[in-house]
Design a protein around this ligand. Sequence first.
Ligand SMILES: CC(C)(CNC(=O)c1ccc(Oc2ccccc2)cc1)c1ccc2c(N)nc(N)nc2n1
Length: 334
Amino acid sequence: MTATPEIQQKVVQLKQQLIQAGYAYYVLDNPIMEDAVYDQLYRQLQDLETQYPELITPDSPTQRVGDQPASQFTSVKHNIPLYSLENAFNQQELAKWQERWQRQAPDVQDFAYVCELKIDGSALALTYENGILVRGVTRGDGVTGEDITQNIRTIRTIPLRLNLDNPPSIVEVRGEAFLPIAVFEKINQEREQSGEALFANPRNAAAGTLRQLDAKVVDKRKLNFFAYTLHLPNHPNHPTSQWESLELLQKMGFRVNPNRKLCKSLAEVEEYYQEWDTARRNLSYLTDGVVVKLNSYSLQQRLGFTQKFPRWAIALKYPAEEAPTIVKDIIVNV
Ligand SMILES: CC(C)(CNC(=O)c1ccc(Oc2ccccc2)cc1)c1ccc2c(N)nc(N)nc2n1
């Protein structure tokens, strides 16, 4: 039976309400409706989609968790490599990096750095076509990754459709998939109870979860995602800076880490680094450093890349914490 225009409109309206409520809850952490109301609207949409399957669209909230486990993942070559970051472990190494890029662009006096927290997770590359999520790929070796689209779709902070009126034909987004510490600990408790090997840390747990063949398992693990890179291939009005890209990523509906800062000098970068060395202990997720990027895209393009790293970015790392070793009770013969 084909759906009447009223039914079609009802389905569109339910999807809009559920997508907006999901965005407020997961991305803004600011719920706009009771869970019970959300569940009731969700069931209404599910019933209508069951009755009228032709009304199901890929961006429907009911389409996040596939019920067919994958048999394997196919390899995909990244359109744009996922570069690694050069590491600096102290202020001296940071100053040397600045001297290096300034030697390459000695005429540049007016510049700014974008400082972003470095989340201890697993990098992902997302592709949207006409605003619809079509592919999600792991970092892999930076050149080739694994297509884990059906797993990515379960991450509620990754929009299935960009929140733009007329989206660019292709949008590439990179970011970090991660497990909040509390979620990581709960997963390990469950694994301990079921006698499974524990994950060593949230980063391994996130990477391991992303490569699960069954999306229902991924869904239960409650992965999260911060976007940090935006590419609009051959788009007329591309953002001209990293700061602009982060703002546009937020507008598109992504979760972007709010603890970013535009710094005019290395002194300000160092201040940010020290501030967050303390403040990060109150965050719900693990960080392992600060990423410092030259803000201007024209300067980024001028500086380019080495074999492995962009010359215009660096990771200023925090000292690794000794893993909280579980010290077995040592029975001392007294
Ligand atoms: C800087 C970059 C390596 C991303 N890459 C880019 O932003 C980027 C930007 C222009 C590029 O230039 C192009 C080259 C060819 C075609 C198109 C663009 C390529 C990559 C990176 C890597 C890891 C990060 C991390 N763990 N946390 C945060 N917060 N930021 C991070 N940023």
